[in-house]
Design a protein around this ligand. Sequence first.
Ligand SMILES: *Cc1c(COP(=O)(O)O)cnc(C)c1O
Length: 397
Amino acid sequence: MTDFTKTRALFDLPEGVCYLDGNSLGPLPKAAPARMQTMLTEEWGKHLISAWNACDWMAMPRAMGDRIGRLIGAEPGHTVLGDTLSIKVFQALAAALKLRPERRIILSDSGNFPSDLYMAQGLCRLIGGTYELKIVAPEEVEDAITEEVAVTLITEVDYRTGRRHDMPRLTAKAHEKGALAIWDLAHSAGAFRVDAAAGGADFAVGCTYKYLNSGPGGPAFIYVAPRHAEQAEPALAGWLGHDAPFAFEQDYRPGQGIERMRVGTPPILQLAALDAALDIWDSVDLDALRARSLQLTDRFIQQVEATCPDVTLATPRDHAQRGSQVSFRHAEGYAIMQALVAHKVIGDFRAPDILRFGFTPLYTTDADVDHAADTLARILRDRLWDTPDFKARKAVT
Ligand SMILES: *Cc1c(COP(=O)(O)O)cnc(C)c1O
């Protein structure tokens, strides 16, 4: 059983700040600065280029991939880190389309994050022909999986509403129709136990800077099911995905299994920060995590609904359909969130009208939940959001 007061003590959380945005950018693990400092001065500084061997830098993307593999239910040896999530979406899609050459439709839903949809649109334009991205409402996905669909590209938890898809069910339907399933775990990895292998995922991708706390720019991960590992054809045929990168051959040959999903030089400094973050994750019991997450989100929903009549819950009440965030709608959501931030309650706003709050058991307490709900109630009751400053939009929301 994980003691979440102990895990909270492992993060550097600014005094007086109620942080409910770890679903967008996780906070700094206290051990990360020293880990990065050692990487800088002891490894890079002292060993220079020989650190690739002496410090095993080249093995880090696979070794850490396996530690993330435990969180997402992947078989060991089939997850690797690198690049950003958008790139990993592109890789997974391109490989999946090649595995279903007679089909032309990529199926996604309108709750997906735009970058996933943009990557799919860009890929369709690049390969030309009659490839098409079909976007349906989240509740229509299951019926839209037909024998024309090559691959489903679904983000398990909706970044706006926190609504969670039924991964095993949709994957089973995809397989029944002869399609492949790519799951984007951006808001799942570190939010609850994912069973990528047991759920039948053909590919899974996700990022590490949200619930996993690797810091801004932390690398993404990709999982390829073992049954596809030697067939998946890499569209981004970088040298580190080559079977023998240091043979410097003229022609590309894909590496063994998941190695082929590597592209170029791994982000070693970011991996040092991720290493410190994963030290915390290694000891977390994922069932305890989920139980605690549901307690926190239930508590917040109950309190806000009791005290804030003007907002509407956008997150499902049903536990099975909920990730680890809670969202409410309000037409003045942007200004309200600005007012909350000014009161040191950090959530975020997602267009057009969503107030979003992430609940991360590793460091969110009941006191945080109560304070956030009280502050929101006061801001709404006293119309503290209704100022020109809070209504003026910033570049990053
Ligand atoms: C956060 C997020 C991304 C971000 O992609 P990056 O390339 O890491 O910037 C992509 N897809 C989904 C579903 C996300 O939630």
